[in-house]
Design a protein around this ligand. Structure first.
Ligand SMILES: Cc1cc2nc3c(=O)[nH]c(=O)nc-3n(C[C@H](O)[C@H](O)[C@H](O)COP(=O)(O)OP(=O)(O)OC[C@H]3O[C@@H](n4cnc5c(N)ncnc54)[C@H](O)[C@@H]3O)c2cc1C
Length: 416
């Protein structure tokens, strides 16, 4: 069969959703073009490990051309998709125009600052390799500057680290940062009194980990407090100028470090597509994941708005993106074979988050538990889910070293 005669599937985004879709269409009678602005797939759940000097970027990112080396029906193109013409059926990138027969939009999300421009400008976020590496450089610089700060007030502000957002990313970051100070920085800076250092977790609502059962929310708070993280619930931030946080209740926290993990929205391109959007800018889709009136277009992952059986939006999670990818690829198969399409149904695999050394919370198969066993499951699952045997092995060795020697090996301040 001449490959140019085969239907052309264009997949925009090679994150969790796009990657899974492309792999599921491996044996389909289609030509695939996969487009991403990066030449790698990024395992975002471990970005916080880069920020706290636990891992290097190459351990959680993998080159796309290597992943698809053996997939004969796929071509990768690195580029930024700037617009999509749904009538003429093509996508425009910064350099090319690519026509499609079927389109899968899997462009993910971006940090939502809810219009707090000063926070976006002066704070840090964990969404890309650059932002996580920038956060690591900044955190390490704070200790260097504190070590030579004569003014005690300034030193206190340099050693105050504020994480905003009590979801899994905020909890994981705060816990890991507190441990970096207790186990590692105290050894690196024996001349400093690091009992002065504080890690604060600010949460606007009355609880952390809102999606978790009450027992696990309490366990999370207990574990965080045992690692000296100060949790401030019902605390809303209104402004941040790079040195001081203003709170809605009139309070102030002097700090040079604010890490914002309090919101995600769909990627910016969704705002320019002229399609119907729902909460967080996500694109409304049919139960089959097709764009309304555009049966040849599928939207999946963080960019798509899909409700569960109770009318609640599915969370922005890798597991949702991967299951939607499987469903979208299945429906493309169905269209090609003249079969009817199947609506997507999410199967919740449970919840899992780590709070640092020997500490995690989990809800698996309806069972809630926390502590060492949950932590072992978290470690095993995250190593398993990394792409590439080499990465799995290296991360395993890295973590084992850090575990036994109380170390975070990547304590390098590099130029940005
Ligand atoms: C710090 C952090 C921790 C997380 N922890 C967890 C966790 O523990 N468990 C969990 O299940 N989920 C977690 N998530 C969420 C999870 O990473 C996302 O839900 C998942 O990545 C969504 O998959 P996706 O395919 O929709 O988008 P993504 O994986 O974000 O992929 C989108 C891709 O599209 C590309 N792209 C975007 N716009 C364009 C454009 N215009 N042109 C070309 N390419 C473009 C991007 O470069 C990217 O590669 C975490 C996220 C973050 C940021």
């Amino acid at each position: 069969m001449k490959t140019e005669k085969l239907p052309h599937v264009v997949i925009v985004g090679a994150g969790f959703g796009g990657l899974e879709t492309a792999q599921r269409l491996r044996n389909a009678p289609v030509r695939i073009t996969l487009i991403d602005r990066h030449n790698y797939h990024l395992f975002q759940p471990l970005l916080y490990q880069i920020a706290i000097a636990g891992l290097v970027p190459a351990q959680i990112a993998y080159p796309l051309r290597t992943i698809f080396r053996r997939q004969r029906n796929l071509t990768f193109q690195m580029g930024e998709v700037t617009s999509i013409d749904f009538d003429a059926r093509y996508v425009r990138t910064n350099g090319s125009v690519i026509a499609y027969d079927y389109l899968v939009i899997a462009i993910g999300g971006q940090t939502n600052f809810f219009g707090l421009n000063a926070v976006e400008e002066n704070g840090f976020q964990l969404k890309s390799i650059e932002s996580a590496t920038g956060t690591r450089n900044h955190l390490l610089k704070m200790f260097e500057q504190a070590s030579r700060a004569a003014d005690p007030e300034k030193r206190k502000a340099l050693l105050t680290f504020v994480v905003v957002g009590g979801g899994p990313t905020g909890v994981e970051t705060a816990g890991a940062l507190a441990e970096l100070i207790t186990h590692v920085m105290t050894k690196d800076y024996p001349e400093m009194d690091l009992t002065e250092a504080r890690v604060l977790l600010l949460e606007a609502t009355g609880t952390v980990m809102v999606a978790y059962p009450a027992g696990l929310r309490k366990a999370t708070m207990d574990l965080l407090r045992s690692k000296n993280v100060e949790i401030r619930l019902n605390t809303k931030l209104t402004d941040y100028n790079g040195r001081s946080i203003s709170l809605a209740d009139g309070g102030r926290i002097d700090t040079y470090t604010l890490i914002w993990t309090a919101g995600v929205r769909s990627a910016e391109l969704t705002d320019r597509l002229g399609v119907q959007q729902a909460a967080s800018g996500r694109v409304r889709v049919e139960p089959t994941l097709q764009l309304p009136q555009r049966p040849e277009v599928f939207v999946i992952g963080d960019a798509a708005y899909v409700e569960d059986a109770n009318g609640q939006p599915l969370p922005m999670l890798a597991t949702v993106a991967q299951q939607e990818a499987k469903a979208a690829a299945g429906n493309i198969h169905n269209v090609l074979q003249g079969k009817s399409l199947r609506p997507f149904q999410y199967k919740d695999p449970g919840l899992l988050a780590t709070i640092g050394r020997n500490a995690a919370v989990a809800r698996i198969w309806g069972l809630s538990f926390s502590g060492f066993i949950a932590w072992v499951i978290w470690v095993a699952l995250h190593i398993y889910r990394l792409i590439g045997f080499r990465n799995r092995l290296v991360v395993f060795i890295h973590w084992a070293w850090d575990y036994f020697f109380y170390d975070n090996q990547i304590r390098l301040i590099t130029r940005e």
